[in-house]
Structures are given as C-alpha cells and as structure tokens.
Design a protein around this ligand. Structure first.
Ligand SMILES: C[C@H](N)C(=O)N1CCC[C@H]1C(=O)O
Length: 732
C-alpha cells in the first residue's frame, strides 16, 4: 500500500495527497477529469445522429440503429476496462492508456467530419464517402472502448482515495462525481449543437461537424492532462494478478466439485462456492461470494434504465406534439432533455444536505437499497405522469382516417360563393376564397358531389386512409383538383406548409428556410417544413413581389390560399387565406416537467446510491469489476429499449407508458424482496480477518506438522464462515 499516513485513522486520505476539509486533494483531479470526459462524451453524442443523417447521408433507420448500438457498446466495454485494471495494469495506468485511445477516437471523428479532405471538385460534398464512413466508424469504436473502459476505473479509483473510516466523505465524493457527470453533460449538450450550426470549410462552407467533434476531442485531451497532473498524489492500488481468470476457474471448480459430490452421503456446505475450498484460497472464495451476492441483486436493475433511457426517445417524441413557447424562451422538443442534468445539479445537493439528513433525524434507517427501491418507484411515477400528459395530448390530436375511411375538405378558389352538396350532409355555402371548417369523413371509394346553381354533379374518388382537399375552380365546369394532405402530425414539432395558387398567373413562393418553387395557376405546391416562430413569405411573379407574414406554433399544418384578387407591389397580407389543416400543439411542454422531476429524483436515489453501493460492497481486488457490473445494467436497459421499440405494438402511447410503469413496480417489488435478504458487508474487515486467519494457520501448520489436510480444511471452513457471518450483520 502506498500510504504515507495511516488511512485507518479516519483523518487522512490514502496516498500522498494533501487533505483539504477532510477530503484528499487528489479527488479534485478525478472529478475535473470526469467533468471533461463527460463533456466530451455527451457533446459528441448530441450531434451524432445529425452527423449520420446529414453528413454521411444515412437514412433515419440506419442512423438510429448505429447510434443505439454505439451507446450500448459504451456501457458494455466497462467490463473490458475493469478486467484490465483489476487484473493487469491497475486503474491508474488503464485510465491513462484508454484515455489516449479515447482522445484518438475523438480526433478521428473530428477529422472524418472535414468535408474538404475528399471534396476534390469543391462542391461542398465529400467525393469519397467511404473514407468518412470508415474513419468515423473507427473513431466511434475507439471512443466506445475508451469511454466505457475508463468509466468503471475512474469511479473506483476515486473511491480508492478514501481511507477506511471515510465513508461519509466517500459518499459525498460519489455525489460530487455525479454532479460533474451532469455538469459536463449539460454544458456540452447546449454547446455542441451551437458549434454544429456554424459554417466552416476551406473550399466551401458547410455545417461545422468537425468543430462540434473537435471541441469534445480537445476536452478529452484536457481530461487526460488534468488526470496526469494529479499523478503524484493518488493512492494507486496494485493489481492482484489475473483475478478474473482465477475467479472463473474457482467458480468452475466449485460447480464441478459440487456435481461430483451430489450424492446424499456427502454433508452439505453452507454455500455452493464452499465446494471450491479443497483447491482455492478461502479469501478468494469469500471475495467471489461478495461479488456474486451483489451481481445477483443487480438482475432486476436494467428495468430502471429501460424507463430512464426513453427520455431521449419516447419523451422527446411526446414533446414534439406539445407547445414549447415559454414566452421569452422557445424550447425545441429535444432541448427538453436538458431538464434532466439541470435537475440533477439541483437535486443532488438538496438530497444530500436536506432530505437524507432529515430522514435520518426522523429515526429512519434509509439504507442504500431502500433508496434504490424508492428511486425505482419514483421512475414508475414519472411514467404515470407521462401517461397522464399523453392522455391530454391525445384529446387535442386530430382524428385521422382509418384504412377503410377517407376525409375530404373543400376549398373554394373562386371569387363567388358556391353551394356544395356532399352525400349524407346538408348543403353547404362556401364563401369565396374560403375552405370548409373541417374534414368530412366518408368510406373510401367514389362519391358524387353537387355544385352551384344550376346544380351540376361530378364523381370524385376518395383514397382509402387518405385526407384530401378538393380545390373547387372558379368556373365549375373546369376540372376538379384533389390534393393529398398529411395524415399524421409533422415531425419534430415542425409545421408543414403549402400554398395553393388561385391566380391566373404562376407565382413563386419562398421564405428564408424553404422554397416552394413556381406554383402554376389553380395548382398547389408540395409541403415544406417550417420551424415555430414568425415566418415571412415572399410571393413573386416576374419582377413584382409582395410579402406575407404569419406566426407558427408547433406541429401544425396549413394550406395558404393565394386569392385571385392579389395585387403585387402592395400589401398582400389580406390576399392570402390561412386554412388550418392540423391544429398547432396546444398542450404545453411545461407539463413534462413533473415527469422529468420524478425520473431525475429517482435517478439521484437509484444511480448515485448504486454507484457508491457498488464500490462499498466490492472486495478490494474487484472494485472496478463491480463498477462495470453496475454499468452493464445500463447497457442491458438500452438493449431492452431497442427490443421494445421493435416489438411494442401497443396502439395507445399512454397505455405503453402505464405498462412500463407497472413493469417497473413489479420489478421493484422483486428487488425489495431480494434487498431484504441482502446483508451489508464491510469487505475490508472481512479481508483483514481472513488474512489474519491465514497467517495464524501458517504458524499453526509450522508447529503441528503432519495434521491431516482434510481436517484442517474442515476446521478452517467453519472458522471462516463464522468470521464472514460476523462481518455481515446489517440487513436491507
Ligand atoms: C446524464 C445522466 N443523468 C447520467 O448521469 N447518467 C446516465 C447513465 C449513467 C450516468 C452517466 O454516467 O452518464
């Protein structure tokens, strides 16, 4: 051990670090390292899907699959990093080497996003996409290896810096560690999308993905440098040989030996791992028992992450059907996710300095496993809130036609009112340049529509499952035009806009974000996506133009009808009619705050506690391994989201939320039963007792030569069980 001062006195940290306010100074470098690393990771992740879609030109499905595979890989590689650290290099060296791999990966991503490298014809698009794809995939692989590999080591290495009797300080460290994760995540998810939106390039200016990846790369280099600066102060536990191989062999031997002695004539042993006693060190067996007990407890935990990870998918989709106008501030649907790190930054200090001490004062023993159970329940409540919000949203959504139905709207393009008779409906008088208020519902197929006075009847074919608008010409004998309208809400909270030209001349319509092109007389444009806020459209015919401005909310669809009476050169504000095809979102995004509050409060109780629990319950030689086991539950949770996204065919979204909430409550009940039977241990004490016993036995053996080995194994086994039991008294 590299302690200069005795870590057991409770005043000092381990290693050569100075102590500031009871904390080893070395942890400052570790938390700053974590902040920079998480900035690097979450910043790169924030623009990754957009990079796939708009730079590599992948379709949505490929982009999201590769994205989720990458995220899952980032939480699988911790196992690799932990094995390397605990068995071979030690945590310090593993962090250094894998951070270099990580930084190289980030640099590869930044380079892969420089379009000029292969843009020999200088048209702004890469000529050899293969180069960019290969380089970015290599980059992502290195990043997954690096971020996952170092993650369990950094947390465990931080825990290692505390002395045996610094439990309180170590708990605070894990809270501060979590704050740094979320501080880095919050800043980077705000900053990197802004960097991406910049334009850069040598030959031509394009969206600056290289900068959006370059800054996270720089932060990773800073993380590495900061970590190296603290080098002289750290306590660096030595790796204890190929521990994972020993663990696997020992478990294998115990199983084989148990099987060989399955007959009733052999006395039972307390634990199946005790069947390895004939061949393996009792200390190793005790350590394996500690790890297996915790890993067994982890089995239900991925369900928490399955719900948690839907923040980024289902909840963001939910936000796209909501109104993000907060007065001075307009929130985009994907920006709602930043509420999570913001709440973490507020809730962690409140929990640590107010809620937990208050609970303690009330005489309640709020043990780590109880906290985790409550955390799971809070996540389930969050999903009930999400379901309630969804029910409100569903009430405001338009009714779209089923596959056998069809919906029809009427738009009078003429300058006189017209009487229209639709089958099964009263006669409708449609004023000039006006549309019917809503869609009429029919069974798909052909219907006859009568117009005007004297009446003329025309057959119209309605497509199954379609919404259509019938454009009624000013001269009723002219041909009827039918448009195909949207049958779902526009994506990402955007507004879907099109124009119908009621003039006798072609009109060109454009706005800063979209060009509707040249619209022929009595014809219509395609839909274009417009963001919320004010938009000004320029209507142009030849050299003449005028402007039409209007405000958009979120998720609406409009058909703008240009009157035949429009006069260019004057104000055309009154010569355009806005026909609302899909209402803007009316349920406010603020209603998502309660669900974010509950999931984040749940995360604080579940994840911060779980991180510390994984450290405190792990034997000294498998600290990183148990951290990796903890992170593995995040990976499995991510996989379940992927599978559920594929399989879930529940038609009502609110019902899916309730299903997830119920599943988590069921899992939570199972977990609380398992937790009830869990006895907390003090691994350091158990290890010390075993070592003492082994030393005593060695002395004994020297003084009493020739004692039968079998007898000794039996006696040791009984003694060690007693010691193990003594050190494992507290229950859930
Ligand atoms: C950003 C989250 N609030 C968060 O802190 N995490 C999600 C998975 C685990 C943890 C992290 O380490 O990033």
């Amino acid at each position: 051990m590299a302690d200069k001062e005795d870590p057991k006195n409770g005043k000092m940290g381990k290693g050569k670090s100075k102590v500031v306010c009871g904390y080893p100074l070395s942890i400052f470098f570790i938390v700053v390292n974590e902040f920079c690393e998480r900035f690097s990771y979450y910043g790169m992740r924030a623009v990754l899907v957009l990079y796939f879609k708009y730079f590599l030109r992948w379709d949505d499905d490929l982009a999201t699959s590769i994205y989720h595979t990458f995220v899952a890989l980032c939480y699988l590689t911790p196992i690799l990093g932990a094995i390397v650290a605990d068995s071979w290099l030690g945590k310090f060296k593993t962090i250094i080497y894998l951070s270099i791999v990580y930084a190289v990966g980030q640099v590869a991503m930044a380079v892969s996003a420089i379009h000029d490298i292969t843009d020999s014809d200088r048209d702004g698009t890469p000529d050899s996409m293969t180069f960019h794809i290969v380089l970015s995939m290599v980059g992502l692989f290195l990043i997954a290896l690096g971020t996952g590999g170092i993650k369990p080591c950094v947390a465990a290495f931080g825990g290692d810096q505390f002395g045996e009797h610094q439990d309180r300080q170590r708990r605070t460290f894990f809270s501060v560690f979590y704050l740094c994760i979320n501080g880095g995540s919050l800043l980077s998810t705000i900053i990197t999308p802004v960097l991406r939106a910049q334009e850069c390039g040598i030959y031509s200016k394009q969206k600056c993905y290289s900068l959006a990846f370059g800054v996270p790369a720089a932060l990773m280099v800073v993380a590495l440098v900061v970590f190296i600066i603290g080098s002289g102060m750290y306590y660096k536990a030595e790796p204890q040989g190929n521990i994972m191989l020993d663990v696997c062999k020992c478990i294998g031997f115990a199983i084989k030996n148990r099987y060989r002695h399955r007959s009733k004539q052999y006395p039972k042993r307390q634990h199946w791992m005790d069947w390895a006693e004939e061949k393996y060190d009792k200390l190793l067996i005790a350590q394996i028992k500690m790890v297996l007990k915790v890993l067994f407890l982890y089995i239900p935990l991925p369900m928490f992450w399955t719900l948690f990870d839907q923040k980024g998918s289902r909840w963001t989709l939910q936000a796209t059907t909501m109104d993000g106008n907060f007065g001075a501030l307009v929130i985009q649907p994907d920006q709602m996710q930043t509420v999570n790190p913001i709440l973490i930054l507020t809730l962690v200090p409140i929990m640590d300095s107010l809620i937990y001490p208050l609970i303690k004062k009330c005489g309640l023993n709020f043990t780590p496993l109880k906290r985790m159970t409550v955390g799971m329940l809070l996540a389930a409540i969050a999903f009930v809130c999400a379901a309630l919000v969804q029910i409100q949203i569903d009430k405001t959504l338009p009714t779209f036609p089923s596959t056998s139905q069809s919906q029809l709207k009427l738009l009078n393009m003429g300058s006189n009112s017209v009487t229209v008779k639709l089958p099964g409906n009263d006669a409708l008088i449609l004023p000039a340049a006006q549309a019917s208020n809503d869609y009429y519902m029919f069974q798909a197929g052909q219907i006859d529509i009568s117009f005007g006075n004297p009446e003329m009847t025309k057959p119209v074919t309605l497509g199954s499952g379609q919404r259509q608008t019938l454009l009624i010409p000013s001269t009723l004998s002219d041909e009827l035009q039918m448009t195909n309208d949207l049958t779902s809400k526009p994506q990402e909270g955007n507004n879907a806009i099109r124009f119908v030209n009621g003039m006798k001349t072609a009109v060109n319509v454009s706005t800063a974000a979209a060009d509707f092109g040249l619209i022929e007389p009595f014809y219509y444009s395609n839909y274009s996506q417009i963001k919320n806020g004010k938009a000004t459209f320029t209507l142009r015919s030849g050299s003449q133009s005028c402007e039409y401005s209007t405000n958009f909310g979120f998720g609406s669809s409009y058909t703008f009808f240009i009157h035949s009476t429009l006069v260019f050169g004057s104000n055309c504000q009154d010569s355009v009619t806005a026909v609302e095809d899909i209402k803007p979102n009316s349920v406010h995004m603020a209603l998502q705050i309660p669900q974010y509050f509950f999931i984040t409060a749940g995360e604080v109780m579940f994840s911060v506690t779980g991180l510390e629990f994984s450290y405190s319950q792990a034997p000294s030689n498998m600290k990183a391994v148990l951290q990796a086991g903890w992170l593995f539950t995040v990976a499995i949770g991510n996989f379940i989201v992927l599978i559920v996204a594929e399989l879930a065919k529940i038609p009502k979204q609110w019902a899916e939320y309730v299903l997830f909430a119920s599943l988590l409550v069921a899992v939570c009940v199972i977990f609380s039963i398992m937790a009830y039977f869990y006895t907390y241990i003090d691994p350091t004490e158990i290890e010390a007792q075993f070592k003492k016993k082994i030393n005593e036995d060695d002395e004994d053996d020297k003084s009493k030569p020739g004692k039968a080995e079998v007898e000794m194994v039996k006696r040791d086994s009984i003694k060690c069980h007693d010691e193990y039991d003594k050190a494992t008294q507290t229950k859930m």
